[in-house]
Design a protein around this ligand. Sequence first.
Ligand code: NAD
Length: 440
Amino acid sequence: MLTRRIREDDQKPPPDTQILLAILFAGGIIPGRVSRDREIFMPEKVIVLGGDGFCGWPTALHLSAQGRDVLIVDNLSRRKIDVELGCDSLTPIATMEDRLEAWREVSGREIRFAKIDLAQDPSALLKLLKTERPGGVVHFAEQRAAPYSMKSSAHKIYTVNNNVNATNNLLCAIVESGLDVHLVHLGTMGVYGYDSSGKPIPEGYLTVTANGKEREIPYPPSPGSIYHMTKVLDAQMFAFYARNDLLRITDLHQGIVWGTNTKETSADERLINRFDYDGDYGTVLNRFLMQGAIGHPLTVHGSGGQKRAFIHIRNTVECVRLALENPPGRGDRVEIFNQVTETHTVRDLAAIVSKKTGVEIRHLRNPRIEVEENDLAVTNDKFMKLGLNPVTLEEGLLDEVISVARKYADRCDPSRILSTSKWRADIEIDERIEESVSPL
Ligand SMILES: NC(=O)c1ccc[n+]([C@@H]2O[C@H](COP(=O)([O-])OP(=O)(O)OC[C@H]3O[C@@H](n4cnc5c(N)ncnc54)[C@H](O)[C@@H]3O)[C@@H](O)[C@H]2O)c1
């Protein structure tokens, strides 16, 4: 693995670390960074796949700001989908060239970019891995919107082909490269489903007793859309390659991300992060904040009793770094973290935003097939133990998102706000806000 082991304080390994170093080098591993309290492996070079996206861009900047050599790979498909949907990011995102130039000016650091389609061009990916020899690869590069994945057969086929092939091509390339790379993948809490079992959802594995013997099995998946189904398929592939090829893999089961900017993206207007507000890509809390900012009724699907897990974008970038610093061993099962900080019902979120902005709540017919009243408790002990500092709704960052939304309100196309994707052809939906049900 292309990482270097140094102590954070004096950069000199203590005697017991020297023994460990010898073991690691003997195993072909070039170790990473070690802190005084615990071992931290931080790869010097990290490839961020999907680094032009909402989570990938701020993560690439964060890792670069932390001193890593970062290379972004993206096929810019998300920008093409903006064109297909006729709806831009609310924030005016710069071209990749301008983004990287701005980062160079602001930080003095270089982030490189390679335009590669992971699903279509496995040989370019393999060549890149062989040339760059990264210690870590962060995989954000998938079609990530559930409503988009349910729009039509063509969208279902695209989502499955894109996501499954991207992940399998990546895993094949890592094996063929012969590198000991730590792969960190962005999965979703949605793989667990929302049929409440009454117990907190553990981090990936469930302890069961069969024939008097206790064992851990992968938590039974229950995907609620084609997009979520691809993440379940990803998980199967990870389990296979970790077992068969001894790959080091971490799968982050992430909650719904809210917020826009991080410390790094706020440093220059050209570094601004994307902000999706439309019915396909906008995620629930950001959508409400944006709707509140422009005086559009807050659009709740059904009763709003759907409870979901959330995380602020600043915590997303921190979690990815923490995950990179703590790789599983070769031959270990896939490491799974629940990347969430809090849970709320959609109804409660709408009430919070309505109180803040004075905008009314509208209940729309639900275009999705989902349980409309569920309980949800999630364990996030692993990240908490690693020192995650949760940014919660109380932290005042709701106002920051509202002010970003107000600043760029003139870029909003209100006709794109309602979700028109439905989970089955026979589902009736509200296509205009005037049709929607009055507040409950
Ligand atoms: N945003 C959220 O709330 C959220 C929540 C849970 C999990 N996630 C996961 O995090 C990851 C990133 O999400 P995001 O919100 O940044 O999405 P995004 O759509 O903004 O970013 C994804 C990026 O990947 C690129 N990409 C897609 N397919 C590609 C391919 N075949 N080759 C190369 N590049 C490709 C896109 O162009 C885009 O820039 C996704 O895998 C998603 O499932 C996101």
